[in-house]
Design a protein around this ligand. Structure first.
Ligand code: TXA
Ligand code: MG
Length: 314
C-alpha cells in the first residue's frame, strides 16, 4: 500500500518521519516528482534502485535545503557560487567533486568521485527537506526508462505498492528534469539539457558551456532509450498516419479525436510543463505517437532531447 499524503504540516512531518525510517517517499518538485530516500542510508538508497528497476551504475541527485548543506557534500568553487546564487533554489543540478567526510551511501554516487546536488524551489519539497534535515537522494519517480512523473497519479501508476508514500501537490510547474552542469571538468559542461535554458546559465557565467559530446557517458542516465511509451514514437511529423495519434505544437494540430497538443499557442514553457503529461495520456491509448516539430531553442532543446530518447530504438 502506498499512502497519499497532503502537502500540509501533518503530511510534511509524516513524509520526513518516513524518510528518517529509511522508507521511500515520492515528493513534488517544480521539475518532476522525485522518488526520495535518505542519501546516507545505504539500504534506503538500494530501495530506490529496486523500486525503479534502475541499473545500478546510474548515480543519483541529492536534494538539500540550503547552500550550507550543499557544501558539506560537494567541493565548492567560485563557479559553483556564481551558479548557486543565480539559480538556486531552482531547476538546476550541479555536479561537484565529492567533499571529504560526506557520509553519503556509495550507492548514491555509484562509485564516482563526484556528486550531483540540487536545491529545489518547490515549497513542499523545501518544507520536507527542512523537516528531514538531511540529504534526500531522488531520481525521477518513474520505473526506469519510462515516462517521468509530473503528477502524483503518474507516480502511482508506475510505483503503487512499491513505495511507502507520495506527497500529492498537483502538477509540476516546469515539467522537465533539471539542467545538469558538470563543475568537475576543466570547463563548466552541460551534462543534460533541462528545465533551465542553457542560454540563462551562459549569461550568468559570462561565457559558453562545453557540451558533453556523448562519446563517453558522463551522465550515465543519458541512455539512448528513455522516457519510452509502450508504442513507438515518430518525430518531426507534420500529421498522423492512419494508426497513429498526434501530439501537436502551435499551428501543427492534428485532426483525430484523440489528438493532443503540447501548446496550441506554440509556447515552449507551456509545452515543457505538459510534455510528460501528454505522453502519459497518449500512452494509455497504446497507439504509435507522431509528434510535431519543436523549435530547437530555449526549453525546446530539452523537450527535443526527451522526445529523441522516447523515440529511440529500445
Ligand atoms: O529534476 C530533476 O533533476 C529530477 C528531480 C527529482 O530532482 N531528478 C532526476 O534524477 O531527473 P534522475 O536520477 O532521473 O537523473 C539524474 C541524472 C542521471 O542522468 C545521472 O546519470 C546524472 O544525473 N548524475 C547523477 N550523478 C552524477 C554524477 N556524479 N556525474 C554525472 N552525472 C550524474
Ligand atoms: Mg529520470
Amino acid at each position: 500500500m502506498t499512502d497519499i499524503l497532503l502537502p500540509d504540516p501533518s503530511g510534511i512531518s509524516r513524509a520526513a518521519a518516513l524518510l528518517q525510517q529509511g522508507a521511500l517517499v515520492a515528493l513534488p518538485t517544480e521539475t518532476v516528482y522525485g522518488l526520495g530516500a535518505d542519501a546516507r542510508n545505504g539500504t534506503a538508497v538500494a530501495g530506490i534502485y529496486t523500486a525503479k528497476g534502475r541499473p545500478s551504475f546510474n548515480p543519483l541527485i541529492i536534494h538539500v535545503a540550503d547552500v550550507d548543506q550543499a557544501r558539506q557534500y560537494g567541493r565548492w568553487s567560485d563557479t559553483a557560487e556564481v551558479l548557486a546564487s543565480a539559480f538556486w533554489p531552482g531547476p538546476m543540478t550541479l555536479v561537484l567533486p565529492l567533499a571529504d567526510g560526506h557520509g553519503l551511501s556509495s550507492l548514491v554516487t555509484a562509485g564516482l568521485d563526484s556528486i550531483a546536488i540540487r536545491i529545489p524551489a518547490h515549497p513542499t519539497a523545501r518544507a520536507i527537506l527542512r523537516a528531514f534535515g538531511g540529504p534526500v537522494a531522488a531520481p525521477s519517480a518513474n520505473p526506469s526508462g519510462k515516462i517521468s512523473a509530473t503528477t502524483a497519479q503518474h507516480v502511482l501508476s508506475g510505483l503503487e505498492g512499491r513505495i511507502a508514500a507520495v506527497v500529492d501537490d498537483g502538477p509540476c510547474t516546469v515539467g522537465l528534469e533539471s539542467t545538469i552542469i558538470g563543475l568537475n571538468q576543466p570547463r563548466p559542461t552541460l551534462l543534460r539539457a533541462g528545465g533551465l535554458p542553457s542560454e540563462a546559465i551562459e549569461a550568468a557565467l559570462g561565457g559558453t558551456l562545453d557540451v558533453a559530446d556523448g562519446a563517453e557517458i558522463i551522465a550515465p542516465g543519458q541512455l539512448a532509450s528513455h522516457y519510452a511509451p509502450h508504442a513507438s514514437v515518430r518525430l518531426n511529423a507534420h500529421d498522423a498516419k492512419e494508426d497513429e495519434v498526434y501530439l501537436g505544437f502551435g499551428a501543427a494540430k492534428g485532426t483525430g479525436a484523440d489528438d493532443l497538443t503540447l501548446s496550441a499557442s506554440g509556447d515552449l514553457v507551456e509545452a515543457a510543463a505538459y510534455l510528460f503529461d501528454r505522453l502519459h495520456a497518449l500512452d494509455r491509448l497504446r497507439k504509435p505517437i507522431a509528434v510535431a516539430p519543436i523549435p530547437e531553442t530555449g526549453l525546446g532543446r530539452a523537450i527535443n532531447d526527451r522526445l529523441r530518447r522516447a523515440a529511440a530504438p529500445r
